[in-house]
Design a binder for this molecule. Structure first.
Ligand SMILES: *Cc1c(COP(=O)(O)O)cnc(C)c1O
Length: 355
């Protein structure tokens, strides 16, 4: 069976050695030694000034929306994982969708301004498949209208844009360390911000607002990650470069072996050092996609329709119609991509698709 993705597992003795430290410390959560060490390692690996690790990649979105959304309208992309939209609704804000660019698949920055109203507080956009949004244009619009920018960078671990971490952009940027993501802690996530005041608010919000046992810095929730999850992160950490390199290899084989006369691939934005996180292909029609999917499934190969459906169509949002996103969502599929996917399997997948 070839799944769309496979969790990278470090050698178990290396994981156990990290877990042993938590046992020795008798300290399982509340920002222990392992969490703090992982934060320091990630900060230096990513060259960012500040981050806080969380227990998943959705809660930092919710915290950011709570702090910056103020119950207003949030301009967002319909082409993302459901967590992006769900977080907005969960925080009692209103998602206002703006359609996507047909090749980059990120929010179409040229359509953002016309969606802004007096109630707009934020732009929440996804660097989809690790492909950066048009960050410069979004920044200009946000400044002009006094809006906050939150980036759902769940797919973007290791991506650099203009020679710095993609996480350096926006007021808040978030990433997921879910087991299916490039770098993982089983479940986990992280939030980034540059403004000192906002860093302070995000940090306290992730731990009930606690400022010591008896005092509080505002409203908070529990978004803390445990030492056991940090142990996984510390065991995976030394393999980050290997993971990216091996994924790059798979991507290069797909690039070489697929016949692109009838399928479209993701266009990566200029000045991006990409992380090879997903391999989406877009067919000419949904019928072709379904046919290809059936043929692959018969051979025990399981690509995934990702993202489907377009988020403006889910039942709890009163989404406007988003023709490009709905069209792309109906024709896009992500191919198997993970460390250890063998060349003969890639060749088989490509020849089945080409046929
Ligand atoms: C995975 C993902 C999330 C959510 O992350 P979790 O860690 O699973 O909570 C949010 N947004 C996008 C785009 C994702 O792919």
């Amino acid at each position: 069976m070839i799944p769309v993705t496979q969790t990278f597992l470090p050698p178990i003795d290396e994981y156990q050695a990290q877990v042993q430290r938590a046992f020795d410390n008798r300290w399982l959560t509340n920002r222990g030694e392992l969490v703090k060490e992982l934060e320091e390692k990630l900060k230096s690996y990513l060259s960012v000034d500040w981050l806080t690790i969380t227990n998943n990649g959705t809660i930092p979105l919710q915290i950011a929306i709570k702090l910056l959304g103020k119950g207003g309208e949030i301009i967002t992309t319909p082409f993302s994982y459901v967590a992006t939209t769900a977080s907005i609704v969960w925080e009692n804000c209103t998602p206002v969708f703006v359609d996507i660019h047909p090749e980059y698949l990120t929010i179409d920055e040229t359509k953002i301004e016309q969606a802004i109203t007096e109630k707009t507080t934020c732009i929440l956009a996804t660097h989809v498949f690790g492909n950066p949004c048009h960050i410069e244009a979004i920044e200009i619009i946000a400044k002009k209208y006094g809006l906050s920018v939150i980036y759902d960078a769940a797919h973007s671990f290791g991506v650099n844009y203009n020679d710095q971490s993609i996480f350096n952009y926006g007021d808040v940027s978030t990433c997921s360390f879910h087991a299916t993501k490039l770098f993982h802690t089983g479940e986990g996530g992280v939030m980034f911000a540059k403004d000192k005041d906002l860093q302070h608010k995000l940090f306290y919000a992730h731990n009930f607002g606690h400022n010591g046992p008896l005092a509080f810095h505002g409203l908070g929730i529990n978004a803390k990650i445990s030492e056991l999850q940090a142990a996984m992160g510390l065991a995976v950490f030394p393999y980050i470069e290997t993971i990216i390199k091996e994924r790059k290899y798979v991507v290069e084989q797909y690039d070489k072996l697929l016949d692109f006369s009838k399928i479209q691939k993701l266009k990566i934005r200029a000045n991006t050092e990409w992380n090879y996180s997903y391999y989406p292909i877009i067919f000419e029609t949904e019928t072709t996609l379904l046919k290809v999917q059936e043929v692959l499934n018969q051979k025990e190969i399981f690509p995934r329709r990702y993202f489907y459906p377009s988020l403006n169509t889910i039942e709890y949002v009163k989404g406007q119609s988003m023709p490009i996103s709905e069209d792309i969502a109906s024709r896009i599929m992500c191919l198997p991509l993970y460390v250890g996917l063998e060349l003969d399997k890639i060749e088989e997948i490509c020849s089945l698709i080409n046929e």
